[in-house]
Design a protein. Structure first.
Length: 494
């Protein structure tokens, strides 16, 4: 496509006013929700008080947002995944429904309805989508094969949450169409992650007792009753690890590393799509919080992501980064952090030695069950056990080599498309945003060498974040490449 001056323009997908239910159906849903909400709010306020009523009002607002536009639903998913990943509705109906699962299912339901009811909403075709569908199919087949190996009700529920979180990939792929959509996803991600990091820093500053007192208030809403305060190697004599509301310091580090990379990349970008003050603030608070998680995988991933930003576009970052590192070592700044990193690199501490044992066990399982793994339950023999601190070995362990190959085809395929787009880019806001998310994706894939939460069914919020990161890279890369040539139509455009 060319403009009036004969210059090539990057193709964009058509912008619709909303990607929710058809206007008539949306109005009916709105009226029904308003009526039911008014009755419910009045009853709850009288019987239980203003706090539960406020929670119900918030739920109604979220429901209306999702019904009007699934992109707003994706924002809510991000907010819950970052701020309240383990929260549940404190009402048991067979199970206690997790908040993230309910919102994710609502977004998927509205998206499926609009696919059936609106002609302007389609799923744009792309080879990566086929690979992702095959990966989910292999995961389902491995899950079925593993039935009988210690599955519990929680296993079935966790796998359902895994499928819901993974399926949001399709929603984001078909709904994020123009730069404005990607900008808002980035803004929401940086805002909610900064809020979680700030909360974590406040709790950390208050110490173990203060952290315990605050986070224990979340126990009635599905949060654990034990190991609320975390220490290095679970030893109270060692430094406390920052967790915020994510419970696990390692998974929180995996979140913070991505936010830190995206924030720094947008701050140094010549044409950022988010305000520089937001990018700077997110970089500072997520960076400090990341250090205090004491997650070496998170540290290495963040450093690797920044290295990608520097090598591809902003090489001047290498000088201040190198000087800062040398200065910190020479003057003993952060000596405890360097010592912990060195212990991991030299295999000196107990956590690293346990990881090595996990790797050996995973390889033993893979040798005995190479095709489809052992599923998502227990290992078939007492000599072996499932669970390994690596997303690649975990996929191989649970889904076999077929699962690992399809997984690698998807993630490396998206990485390759992003790399090709950046090499051919005419640098503008879209390209700089692609670089931000591409570097975050690279950070996540490196972290995945040493930790498991991005594909672990027990961490559905991290699964959602992992695949949303990939769809951001894929969606931006397609637009940067300008895949549609003159005389053809844009995918998803009628």
């Amino acid at each position: 496509m060319r403009n009036s001056a004969g210059e090539h323009q990057l193709p964009v997908w058509p912008q619709a006013t909303a990607y929710g239910l058809p206007p008539g159906l949306a109005n009916i849903v709105g009226v029904v929700l308003a009526f039911l909400g008014s009755v419910a709010l009045a009853s709850i306020t009288v019987r239980f008080g203003p706090i539960p009523a406020t929670a119900v009002l918030g739920a109604l607002v979220v429901a209306v947002m999702i019904a009007v536009d699934v992109r707003a639903g994706l924002w809510v998913v991000l907010a819950i995944a970052v701020l309240l990943p383990y929260a549940v509705i404190p009402v048991k109906v067979v199970i206690t429904p997790p908040l993230l699962e309910l919102v994710g299912l609502s977004v998927l339901a509205v998206w499926l309805l609009q696919l059936f009811l609106r002609r302007d909403v389609v799923i744009p075709s792309h080879p990566v989508l086929l690979g992702f569908i095959v990966f989910l199919a292999v995961a389902l087949f491995a899950f079925v094969l593993g039935i009988g190996r210690g599955y519990t009700t929680q296993t079935y529920h966790d796998y359902t949450k895994f499928l819901v979180s993974s399926s949001l990939f399709f929603v984001a792929w078909s709904s994020l169409r123009i730069l404005h959509d990607f900008r808002w996803m980035t803004v929401v991600f940086l805002v909610v992650t900064s809020a979680a990091a700030l909360l974590g820093l406040v709790l950390y500053a208050g110490g173990p007792d203060f952290t315990l007192a605050v986070l224990a208030r979340l126990v009635p809403y599905g949060y654990p009753t034990s190991r609320i305060v975390r220490f290095i190697e679970d030893d109270p004599a060692k430094p406390m690890r920052l967790t915020s509301t994510s419970v696990d310091p390692n998974s929180f580090a995996g979140l913070l590393a991505l936010a830190f990379v995206v924030g720094v990349a947008q701050f140094v970008a010549r044409r950022p799509v988010v305000p520089r003050w937001l990018a700077a603030g997110a970089s500072v608070v997520s960076g400090f919080a990341l250090l205090l998680t004491y997650s070496r995988a998170g540290w290495l991933g963040a450093a690797f992501g920044l290295g990608v930003v520097a090598l591809i576009r902003y090489r001047w970052l290498l000088l201040p980064g190198g000087l800062g590192l040398v200065g910190a070592i020479l003057f003993g700044v952060g000596e405890g952090f360097f010592q912990r990193l060195w212990q991991g690199l030299t295999l000196q501490d107990r956590a690293t030695q346990m990881r090595l044992e996990e790797y050996r066990t995973a390889l033993a399982i893979l040798r005995e069950y190479p095709a489809f793994g052992v599923g998502f339950g227990q290992a078939p023999t007492v000599e072996l056990w499932t669970g390994v601190s690596s997303i690649y070995l975990l996929v191989a362990e649970q889904m076999g080599l077929l699962g690992l190959v399809t997984f690698l085809l998807v993630v490396i395929g998206i990485l390759g498309i992003g790399w090709r787009a950046l090499r051919q880019a005419v640098w503008d806001e879209r390209s700089d945003l692609l670089l931000s998310w591409f570097s975050a994706q690279a950070a996540a894939l490196l972290i995945g060498l040493f930790d498991h939460y991005y594909v672990n069914i027990s961490f559905p919020h991290m699964v959602a974040l992992f695949w949303l990161t990939h769809v951001m890279v894929l969606g931006l890369a397609v637009r940067v490449l300008g895949r549609v040539r003159e005389g053809t139509s844009v995918p998803g455009e009628s």
